[in-house]
Design a protein around this ligand. Structure first.
Ligand code: SAH
Length: 219
């Protein structure tokens, strides 16, 4: 038996299964999303001091006043992105801990993830290497601008909240592509799904969520 953190049960398969059960009870239906989240070691995406709380359904601090998203929010956004057909390429804005990208990686061909904070990005990249997630490409940049050289994207997921829809990201959506984004300032946002049909963008408002703000520029 190993003497690492697995051995003391805080991050055991049983603990993870309880989280998956909770996600199911809160309406997450996509079996692929549930299966990937069951396998993804969320405790490796937070500081060791918080590892015992990694399979609670809560956001947790990751430093720099940022948070790893709540598992239910990650599951719901991923499910909304995959509904009606799995996207080939997905752009994520706000790599943060890297957890959302790690959940997406087994589900799509290629993930592109943009982060403004260089320190967070370095830590996330180390996690991707450790977990051998080879289909995540990262970039240190202001995500308001997307990643034009790699687009258009069939899916875009924004994991920090802009005050209004970022125009540039709409331009980088492929035909039929979907943008999942929490929009609004302050203490809570509307989670929107925007689907591109030619030059029209169909908007659905799906959930109330709480994200840290999308901040302009690099750090
Ligand atoms: N997806 C992350 C959640 C990160 S929290 C996870 O699974 O852990 C939001 C992240 O967005 C933070 O890391 C923050 O630095 C980043 N962020 C905020 N504004 C940004 C911007 N304009 N461009 C890129 N990243 C941004």
């Amino acid at each position: 038996m190993s003497v690492d953190i697995e051995g003391i049960g805080m991050t055991s398969q049983r603990t993870r299964d309880r989280l998956i059960q909770r996600l199911r009870e809160h309406g997450i239906r996509n079996p692929d999303v549930l299966a990937v989240m069951r396998e993804t070691p969320r405790h490796l995406f937070v500081d060791e001091a918080l590892a015992s709380r990694a399979y609670e359904d809560t956001a947790l601090p990751i430093g720099f006043r940022q948070t790893i998203s709540q598992p239910w929010v990650v599951a719901r956004m991923t499910e909304l992105l995959l509904e009606g057909g799995t996207p080939d390429t997905v752009l994520e804005v706000g790599t943060g801990s890297g957890y959302q990208a790690a959940v997406l990686a087994p589900l799509v061909r290629q993930v592109y993830s943009v982060e403004r904070n260089a320190d967070l990005l370095r830590q996330a990249e180390a996690r991707f290497r450790k977990l051998r997630l080879r289909n995540i490409a990262t970039r240190h940049a202001d995500g308001h601008l997307g990643w034009p050289e790699k687009g258009p994207f069939e899916g875009i997921i924004v994991t920090a909240a802009p005050e209004s829809l970022p125009e540039e990201l709409l331009h980088q959506l492929a035909e039929g592509g979907r943008l999942i984004v929490p929009v609004g300032g302050g203490m809570g946002q509307d989670l929107l799904r925007v689907t591109r049909n030619g030059d029209t963008f169909e908007k659905e408002s799906l959930e109330r969520v709480i994200f840290v703000p999308l901040v302009p520029g690099k750090a």
